[in-house]
Design a protein. Structure first.
Length: 199
């Protein structure tokens, strides 16, 4: 039985990770300031290190970050719950200035999203943005599809069905991928668009 391995597309989608702040200051709790943030789980390991180091160097101030989702983080912060949030979705003017609280957006981390595939024989394949959109639209159903073959001359492609997996809704990485596909492929933009929308 062939060994199935995970390979990456030679396609990296770069995006900025934003930190969103309330215009208000931190809340004093039992004589100390407590800063609480929530949002995307992508930067959670880094933010965990940052908050630990911050707490070591700042007596009387406690900071922590809760890994949720980009959408949950933005929604909580917009309601005035917490002090900051993090996510891959840039805020609209309405989100920053039209809600109960005023928000500020600051880029904090640069991330890369890399689609992966799992095929026997470890073939090193190339994909264009258009081909990726056609795969996610369900138009490319087999790994032997001529559209894959054209971009990978000389590669022996397996006669296997393409099975697509994706993250659940509300994730900032969905925004990064679908925003890229919308900018790359007109059919994707017309049929699917960007999700979740920054609006």
């Amino acid at each position: 039985m062939p060994t199935h391995t995970r390979n990456t597309f030679p396609l990296r989608l770069g995006a900025a990770m934003f930190v969103f702040f309330l215009a208000a200051t931190a809340v004093r709790s039992q004589g100390a300031f407590a800063l609480v943030g929530a949002g995307s789980n992508v930067p959670s390991p880094l933010y965990s290190v940052w908050t630990q180091e911050f707490n070591k160097k700042n007596q009387g101030i406690s900071a922590r970050y809760l890994s949720r989702s980009t959408v949950e983080g933005i929604e909580s912060l917009s309601r005035g719950s917490g002090d900051f949030a993090a996510g891959e979705i840039p805020l609209s003017e309405e989100q920053m200035h039209g809600g109960k609280v005023r928000l500020t957006s600051v880029p904090s981390v640069l991330i890369a999203l890399v689609p992966v595939y799992n095929l026997p024989g470890k073939p090193q394949l190339r994909f264009s943005g258009k081909l990726l959109a056609e795969i996610y639209l369900g138009e490319v159903k087999s790994w032997k599809d001529p559209r894959i073959a054209r971009l990978n001359p000389g590669v022996s492609l397996p006669d296997l069905a393409v099975r697509v997996v994706h993250r659940t809704g509300g994730k900032g990485s969905n925004y990064v991928l679908t925003d890229f596909l919308s900018k790359t492929d007109a059919e994707w933009k017309n049929k699917m668009g960007t999700s979740p929308s920054p609006e």
